[in-house]
Design a protein around this ligand. Structure first.
Ligand SMILES: Cc1ncc(COP(=O)(O)O)c(C=O)c1O
Length: 391
């Protein structure tokens, strides 16, 4: 399986006439395969029996990938990832002054979850690790022991703000031992980093269509314990984000309650086929890790420094510190790379100037060598002589 991954070489994957569209080196939407795009050329009726079969297969396969076959449900939800995060927080974080949710935050997505809980008037407490440090299971354990009112823990698997991979296995084991509910935001990692919900005792996991399964934007999904889903009835602040209702409708007739993103769903179905053919999570992780290695080695050769040490950086997205050279200007750098066919991502850190380059999507090592070469040319063009950051 893996050897076929190594020789995987995506040529341009878009329609004719758009060959100048850039590779998306971003953490979703991302570059998808031609097969995924072609799947969207048909128009499906949302009540069509075949289309309902597509939805059923997607739900089943996602449960399988998550190791969540026994006692879990998969509920897809229209919208982007945050829609499903808000739905999950509404359904699984209890109301009531003495029923708190602990948000373990080390970036923008932890902070966003805390904001949502605040809007929902659900009590929240935070462990804030800043932008680039990983929380430890010990820290979370101390917080749970110190505050018995904490019922639920929310943690991000790969915090896409920096690309850091949090120690989810250790945190899950500890949260389970402490008898609390665990919600994992695995938006940017699911499908590329192993996550066995059943084995780790993870209660709820959220991801979306346009990440490591390599579909297009349009829906997200919550995989959760069935008993928690049943208990969530009546807890939702919003009709459209009511996971329980969505689940009930799907159980009854296999349909979404409201207009589904039909094209995104059939594209995702095609993406799942390619995912399985590539060797599932292991195959994908291998390819993304190879992408990361080519990129990081190449950028270091050019003098760039990464925000994170290699031990925690993960294969999803890499954060590079902005060069201190006065001639370096991010907007110029971005535009010049874009003109050469590579769309990178601005930084999202609160303190350290940085930019990011994603390594997920239908990309391989050849694309990564290409972007490193483009960066070399653009630095020369800008007159930047050193890519070293300020210290
Ligand atoms: C870890 C994580 N959580 C949540 C989100 C939010 O997803 P969306 O932008 O699709 O709403 C993202 C988006 O990249 C993410 O990476």
């Amino acid at each position: 399986m893996i050897s076929s991954v190594r020789s995987f070489a995506p040529a341009y994957t878009g329609p004719e006439g758009q060959e100048d569209m850039p590779w998306l080196l971003t953490p979703g939407p991302l570059t998808t395969s031609r097969e995924v795009k072609l799947a969207m050329l048909a128009d499906w009726g949302s009540r069509d029996i075949e289309f309902r079969g597509v939805i059923a297969e997607i739900r089943e396969q996602l449960l399988d990938i998550a190791g969540a076959t026994d006692g879990y449900e998969c509920v897809p939800m229209q919208g982007s990832g945050t829609f499903a995060i808000e739905a999950a927080l509404a359904g699984f974080c209890p109301k009531g002054r003495k029923k708190k949710t602990l948000v373990v935050s080390n970036g923008a997505y932890g902070q966003r979850a805390a904001r949502i809980l605040d809007r929902l008037a659900r009590p929240v407490t935070i462990i804030d690790k800043g932008d680039s440090r990983a929380p430890t299971a010990g820290e979370v354990e101390r917080a749970l022991i110190a505050d018995r009112d904490i019922r639920t823990v929310f943690v991000v698997h790969c915090e896409t703000t920096s690309g850091i991979v949090n120690p989810i296995e250790k945190i899950a084991e500890m949260v389970k031992g402490q008898g609390r509910t665990l919600i994992v935001d695995a938006m940017s990692s699911f499908g590329a980093l192993p996550l066995d919900m059943g084995e780790l005792g993870i209660d709820v996991m959220v991801s979306s269509s346009n990440k490591c399964i390599e579909g297009v934007p349009g829906f997200a999904y919550v995989i959760c314990r069935r008993d928690l889903l049943e208990a969530s009835e009546g807890r939702y602040h919003s009709l459209v984000l009511d996971l329980y209702d969505q689940w009930q409708a799907m159980q009854k007739n296999g349909q979404f309650r409201f207009t589904p993103p039909t094209h995104a769903l059939v594209a995702f179905h095609a993406a799942l086929k390619a995912f399985i053919a590539e060797g599932g999570v292991e195959g994908r992780r291998e390819r993304y890790a190879a992408n990361r290695d080519v990129l990081v080695d190449g950028m270091r050769t050019l003098g760039f420094e990464t925000l994170l040490p290699d031990t925690v950086a993960g294969p999803i997205i890499q954060t590079f510190l902005t060069p201190a050279d006065a001639k370096f200007d991010f907007d110029t750098f971005y535009e010049a790379l874009r003109a050469r066919g590579y769309a990178i991502y601005p930084g999202k850190l609160t303190r350290t100037p940085s930019f990011r380059i994603g390594t997920i999507g239908r990309l391989d090592e050849a694309v990564m060598h290409g972007v490193v070469q483009a960066v070399r040319e653009v630095l020369r063009e800008m007159g930047v002589t050193s890519a070293a950051p300020a210290h």
